[in-house]
Design a protein around this ligand. Structure first.
Ligand code: NAD
Ligand code: MG
Length: 413
């Protein structure tokens, strides 16, 4: 379970904390920098900023925040980054190893916002410092939940969830009465295809899937929201973060994205956390925790909003939720296999090698082919399963491409 708050419930964190942002050029990374900007130069001393492709954006942020080091995960971009930082006195580094080393540099507060399972090793390196980890990268918990939570406990790290749903639950969780939690209700906007018929969803293009109605996010998580794989990953994430049984995690479609999630207690009370759909809420909460500070986010005008709707998700149009539940029940390495197969299928959908519903079909086939799943005894088991499930998904995607005759330059949609 996420660690208990510090003894003084409202004490502001000390100024000038050493802060690192992993995935600083992405959607969460840029919002994190915005929170730092708003908190003022006294609030943080920036240690490491990491990114991959956007070298100009990375260098610009490193200069603005006077980071100690800027790192691109792509080794072929080292010279570009070095040139972009020339004369600044900021160290440049490149490659996967360099990202992990940057994550391990002493920092009091680290934002883990690298997308996908590529975030696992750097996030663990930051976690092992035993300081505060603001966790946006849900794939760490999906792929290696038990090991990750054990590492957090062993290192004495404070884990603050940044995924908006999990941050909401963290805010309304009655920690002294943990046993009184009946279940949690993860809200889902339903994504851009919420009201589309199945036949239309089957023809969805990457451009349609990326256009989220409420949240402004990176491309991959936007597509995962359209398929509801994002919510499936979040179910697994919540189970590990809050030490819940699979049957204590429910999903509720809530088109307005105002209620970010809820906790239902044994006495029938349901506590909800609300706010405008802006990730700077959760990021700012994690940055200032355990204090609350003014944040540059829109205030809710509930009278103008008027009504909030809730409905059960449709398991037929959105099979990702069923697959995630099966992985939760299977336990062990099933979450890792689900995530790796999903990441491979997502890349194929983005490249137009796989139709939209093909993503869930490939994941389902991979889970069936690789089950039963063993336990994740060590991280090497997780990395091995990641490779294995990606390869299994790749083979199925290639077979579909061959069968559909799409191999020769043609593409879906
Ligand atoms: P994004 O694609 O906008 O940014 C990803 C970041 O990771 C970038 O800085 C990129 O350079 C870096 N990156 C990409 N591949 C990498 C690799 N192989 N090695 C190292 N760095 C790499 O993604 P995002 O939307 O900011 O999401 C980041 C994480 O936060 C994801 O795990 C996502 O599920 C989670 N999250 C995002 C949101 C959101 O609103 N965007 C909400 C909740 C959770
Ligand atoms: Mg979320």
């Amino acid at each position: 379970m996420v660690n208990a708050p510090a003894s003084s419930p409202c004490a502001a964190p000390p100024p000038g904390r050493r802060v690192s942002v992993l995935g600083a050029t992405g959607s969460i990374g840029r919002s994190t920098l915005d929170i730092l900007r708003h908190a003022g130069p006294e609030a943080a001393q920036v240690v490491a900023l990491t990114g991959r492709d956007n070298i100009a954006g990375l260098a610009e942020a490193a200069r603005e925040f006077r980071a100690e080091v800027a790192v691109t995960a792509d080794p072929s971009r080292y010279e570009d980054l070095k040139a972009a930082l020339a004369g600044s006195g900021i160290e440049a580094a490149a490659g996967e190893r360099a990202v992990i080393e940057a994550a391990a540099r002493p920092a009091d507060w680290t934002m883990a916002a690298i997308v996908g399972s590529a975030g696992l090793a750097p996030t663990l390196a930051a976690l092992r410092q035993g300081r505060t980890l603001a966790l946006a990268n849900k794939e760490c918990l999906v792929s290696a939940g038990e090991l990750f939570m054990e590492e957090a406990a062993r290192a004495g790290a404070e884990l603050l969830p940044v995924d908006s749903e999990h941050n909401a639950i963290f805010q309304v969780l009655d920690r002294p009465n943990r046993a009184a939690v009946e279940k949690i209700l993860l809200t889902a906007s339903g994504g851009p295809f919420r009201d589309w018929p199945a036949e239309r969803i089957a023809l969805a293009t990457p451009e349609e899937a990326v256009a989220h109605p409420n949240w402004d996010m990176g491309a991959k998580i936007s597509i995962d929201s359209a398929s509801m794989f994002n919510k499936g990953l979040e179910m697994i994430e919540a189970m590990h973060l809050f030490a819940l049984r699979p049957d204590q995690v429910e999903v509720l479609v809530h088109p307005q994205s105002i209620v970010h999630s809820m906790v239902a207690y044994v006495d029938g009370a349901v506590l909800a956390q609300m706010g405008a759909p802006d990730m700077r809420h959760a990021i700012g909460h994690a940055f200032h925790h355990p204090a609350r500070a003014p944040l540059p986010v829109e205030r809710l005008d509930l009278a103008a909003i008027g009504a909030l709707e809730f409905r059960a998700p449709d398991p037929v149009r959105f099979p990702a939720l069923r697959l995630a539940r099966e992985a939760m029940e299977a336990g062990g390495l099933a979450g890792c296999a689900l995530n790796a197969a999903k990441e491979a299928a997502l890349e194929a959908f983005m490249d137009r090698r796989l139709p939209f519903m093909g993503m869930a079909q490939v994941v389902e086939e991979v889970l069936a082919a690789l089950s039963p799943f063993g336990p994740a005894r060590a991280l090497d088991d997780v990395f091995a399963m990641d490779i294995h499930a990606r390869a299994a998904a790749g083979a199925r995607i290639a077979a579909r491409v061959r069968a559909s005759g799409l191999g020769k330059g043609a593409a879906f949609a």
